[in-house]
Design a protein around this ligand. Structure first.
Ligand code: SAM
Ligand code: DTB
Ligand code: SF4
Length: 331
């Protein structure tokens, strides 16, 4: 009998750790069962990322090449203009992406011409029939409402790690400030995209504690990106060892079980994963990948490579919402 897992907001770290540490095949079985009960297991959503304002960020996030606190190959750049962004959105759509995510290296969004420009970008992306997501740092409720009025679907703002480990990764803002922005986003009626990074020297309990925090949000974040640290030279975390791919699969599986309805996104770090490991992530519950040869500032697998990954896994790229059966038949 398949029992549809109830949606829970009161997971404990012990419970999630027990799931995470289950015998590997039992974990895969359980995650797959939840995945199939809540999602179409034959498709994968393709999302394309674009950095619309790169580098020069005043925050000191230890993983980030865009922080002005560290000497990396990424320097401050001017903000892109709306036309360049919409051309990139057109290319992403032509390549098969259904979600377009724009990032700015800001501590917080500030009212003024730069924010107005982001609002225009969102309007343009929506006019192209794509899902629109932005990640701009901290956001007020008024700013969230303006983005919502422009048609924004989702706001990405990651908790990144556990409350305890957060302190050793970022000193320029608090975990609670992160949660306030997520509340502002939710109040404006925008869906929440929030997840984190593994491989930053945290323990398995820290990873599980992050999942507990995410699952405490009511409703659960609609979207949960799971990133593996991209170890960028010049950042304080550059010399950490790479994660074991099996750990990545375990984390995706645990996220799938704890937040059954959420879109779990296999995000940064795929260039270090074999095809087999990526297929396992898709098997245990990942619903999407970033598509295109760049994340924000670091490399991502090429489109050809990903097209064959998807094909060889027997999956199909998710169709745009509202694509009619007639359109399908005409293809
Ligand atoms: N400045 C905004 C913020 O921090 O919310 C938006 C952009 S920031 C680059 C978006 C997310 O990218 C971060 O929260 C982090 O989870 C992820 N990220 C940044 N650098 C990364 C890295 N080197 N490896 C993996 N994920 C990374
Ligand atoms: C997320 O969780 N991962 C994406 C997206 N949200 C914005 C960003 C990954 C960035 C990796 C480092 C870089 O390319 O700069
Ligand atoms: Fe700035 Fe975001 Fe990078 Fe932190 S993660 S340094 S807030 S761009």
């Amino acid at each position: 009998m398949t029992t549809a897992a109830p949606i829970r907001h009161d997971w404990t770290v012990d419970e999630v750790a027990a799931i995470h540490d289950m015998p590997f095949f039992a974990l895969m079985d359980r995650a797959r069962e939840v995945h199939r009960a809540f999602h179409d297991d034959g498709e994968v959503q393709l999302c394309t990322l674009l950095s619309v304002k790169t580098g020069g960020c005043p925050e000191d996030c230890a993983y980030c090449p865009q922080s002005s606190h560290y000497e990396t190959s990424v320097g401050p750049e001017k903000m892109l203009d709306v036309r360049a962004v919409l051309e990139a959105a057109d290319r992403a759509k032509d390549a098969g992406a259904t979600r377009f995510c724009m990032g700015a290296a800001w501590r917080e969004a500030k009212d003024g011409p730069a924010f107005d420009r982001v609002v225009e970008m969102v309007r343009g992306v929506k006019a192209r029939g794509l899902e629109a997501c932005v990640t701009l740092g901290m956001l007020t409720e008024d700013q969230a409402k303006r983005l919502k009025d422009a048609g924004l679907d989702a706001y990405n703002h990651n908790l990144d790690t556990s409350r305890e480990h957060y302190r050793s990764i970022i000193s320029t803002r608090t975990y609670d400030e992160r949660l306030v922005t997520l509340r502002n986003v939710r109040r404006a009626g925008i869906t929440v995209c929030s997840g984190g990074i593994i491989g930053m020297g945290e323990s398995v309990r820290d990873r599980c504690a992050m999942l507990v925090e995410l699952a405490r949000l009511q409703p659960h974040p609609e979207s949960v990106p799971i990133n593996a640290l991209v170890r960028v030279p010049g950042t304080p975390l550059e010399s950490l060892p790479p994660i074991d791919p099996v750990e990545f699969v375990r984390m995706i599986a645990a996220a799938r079980i704890v937040m059954p309805r959420s879109m779990v996104r296999l995000s940064a770090g795929r260039t270090d994963l074999s095809r087999e490991a990526q297929m396992m992530c898709l098997y245990v519950g990942a619903n999407s990948i970033f598509y295109g040869d760049r994340l924000l500032t670091t490399p991502n697998p090429g489109q050809d490579e990903d097209a064959s990954l998807i094909r060889d896994a027997g999956l199909a790229p998710m169709k745009p919402a509202g694509a009619s059966a007639q359109v399908d038949a005409a293809e």
